[in-house]
Design a protein around this ligand. Structure first.
Ligand SMILES: Cc1ncc(COP(=O)(O)O)c(C=O)c1O
Length: 394
């Protein structure tokens, strides 16, 4: 799709995708003094000892470039976390790249693996960035639906049909934004086995690996039988430690793949902020109870927001993980034939609540026509303010 830019001096590439709809909704939220449940970031600080460690690093010898693929202390801490949480032994010298967020990680990976004509499979609804990531690296996207009517799960036959000789990779986001799907061990093994058969990479985005509900356990595909050589895993600190502004994440991959990603990463950003890498190394050493508390606090917020939306007349089911709710507004009285974009603009202007029109998460826009995505990474007073505004709809 073309989103041509006004000035002919600008590149065709930059015209291949639109402005982020999420950031556009944030602008509307500011203009209308609305509660912003559009862009998913917390309104509280990271743990105090982690912030203290980053401040300490600023007073120490950490103000110059770190090694481009990550400060040794951080890579060691990531390897330790991979051992206890993901159950996988990783060589911090050969299998880890520290990046400026999962956002850069995904771009560096795509630039390292995609050749012209390659295809990359993504599940839809998808996280907005995967489209531009593919476009910028020259890949074509193939979409496999997560069916809302089946609790946002995929059909194995549709998945098999998407693989071909052109498939370079599939991106799997578990837990998923925006659908909330937590992929099961069996689903991930099936996806991984298809990658093995087709000599494709399984690129995982596991940024929400600690935010799962109702006792669910995260399964990291890198640890599944036979998949170690095929998985390129992305995780990071933004969501787990409530530090989306720090811009620290990492890639774990086999040595030869890591070497290629280190090259593209080096020329994209040189490296993530050194003092903040030291802070994240401290975060990775937090006691394990931290992660249980994180998930249970998010679970309480999930209950609150889903309950509030249902009371206001939305059809909204509980996500299995991550912190987003896909809310179907088609039964709401004021809707009167609006599509998702019209509804979201009406909601932000007249009701004072910002969400994201769901068509931006689908290749076939009509699939998102009846949904708006809200997130609940906000403190209770903010969610209560959202509830007070939604009460006007009931
Ligand atoms: C699925 C997914 N991946 C990646 C990111 C971005 O992560 P980072 O802040 O590490 O760039 C987000 C942020 O919302 C996300 O939802």
């Amino acid at each position: 799709m073309s989103h041509a830019l006004a000035d002919p001096r600008l590149s065709q590439r930059a015209g291949l995708f639109p402005e982020s709809v999420i950031r556009e909704m944030t602008r509307h939220a500011l203009a209308h003094d609305a509660v912003n449940l559009a862009q998913g970031f917390p309104d509280w600080n990271p743990p105090a000892e982690v912030v203290a460690a980053a401040k300490e690093a600023l007073d120490g010898p950490f103000n110059q470039y770190a090694i481009t693929w990550g400060a040794p202390a951080l890579r060691k801490a990531i390897a330790e976390k991979m051992r206890w949480f993901n159950g996988v032994e990783v060589d911090p010298d050969q299998e880890i790249v520290v990046t400026c967020g999962a956002t850069e990680a995904m771009m560096a990976i795509m630039l390292a693996i995609v050749n012209p004509g390659d295809e990359v499979i993504v599940f839809e609804p998808f996280y907005e960035n995967y489209g531009p990531d593919a476009t910028l690296s020259g890949a074509s996207l193939r979409f496999v639906p997560l069916h809302p009517s089946r609790g946002f799960r995929f059909d194995p036959e549709e998945l098999k049909a998407a693989f071909s000789a052109k498939t370079k990779a599939i991106i799997v986001n578990t837990p998923a934004n925006p659908a909330g799907t937590v992929f099961t061990r069996e689903e991930l093994q099936l996806i991984g086995d298809l990658c093995r058969q087709h000599k494709a990479f399984l690129v995982t985005d596991e940024i929400y690996e600690h935010i799962l509900y109702d006792g669910r356990k995260h399964v990291a595909p890198i640890g599944l039988p036979g998949l170690r050589e095929h998985v390129i895993m992305v995780s990071g600190a933004s969501k787990t430690y409530s530090m989306t502004g720090w811009r620290v994440a990492w890639v774990v991959a086999p040595p030869a793949v890591t070497a290629a990603i280190r090259r593209t990463h080096d020329f994209l950003t040189v490296g993530a902020p050194h003092p903040l890498q030291m802070g994240v190394a401290r975060a990775l050493a937090l006691p394990r109870g931290y992660y249980d508390k994180l998930a249970s606090e998010y679970q309480a917020k999930r209950e609150f927001l889903v309950g509030t939306l249902q009371k206001a007349g939305f059809r909204a089911s509980r996500p299995e993980g991550a912190y987003y709710v896909m809310a179907d507004f088609s039964a709401l009285r004021p809707r009167a034939g609006m599509d998702d974009r019209e509804f979201a603009l009406w909601l932000v202007k007249d009701v004072g609540l910002a969400g994201v029109p769901a068509s931006s998460f689908f290749s076939r826009k009509e699939l998102g026509r009846d949904h708006v995505r809200f997130h609940f990474a906000k403190s209770m007073p903010t969610l209560e303010a959202a509830a007070a505004r939604l009460a006007k709809l009931a």
